[in-house]
Design a protein around this ligand. Structure first.
Ligand code: SF4
Ligand code: F3S
Length: 101
């Protein structure tokens, strides 16, 4: 199981999600965050925090986002933990408007 960050995060990386995770599941690279499926306890706290709705439970993935289950597992193993909010990436708000339209 576990929650999964999808490509809607890429280029935004608001990191609102990492502030609520009780078990430090989130990892990040220069573009986005990833959830470590080995640590996620399916609490569901992160998904509603994301301004661009980038996070979905692995058992309710949109059909065109299924690949992100494996990508999160892979990239979480390769990247450092993030457990505090960071500034969004430059251009995040413009990208978020595009995702909403
Ligand atoms: Fe963390 Fe809960 Fe989100 Fe899993 S569902 S990543 S435990 S906040
Ligand atoms: Fe990304 Fe949304 Fe978190 S944009 S960093 S999944 S708040």
């Amino acid at each position: 199981m576990a929650y999964v960050v999808t490509d809607s995060c890429r280029g935004c990386r608001y990191t609102e999600c990492v502030t609520v995770c009780p078990v430090e599941c989130f990892h990040l690279d220069a573009q986005m965050t990833y959830i470590d499926p080995e640590n996620c306890i399916d609490c569901g706290g992160c998904a509603p925090m994301c301004p661009v709705s980038a996070i979905h439970p692995s058992w309710q993935m949109p059909a065109d986002k299924i690949e992100w289950v494996a990508i999160n597992r892979l990239r979480a193993a390769e990247t450092p933990v993030v457990n505090a909010k960071l500034p969004p990436l430059p251009g995040a708000d413009e990208q978020a408007k595009g995702l909403a339209s």
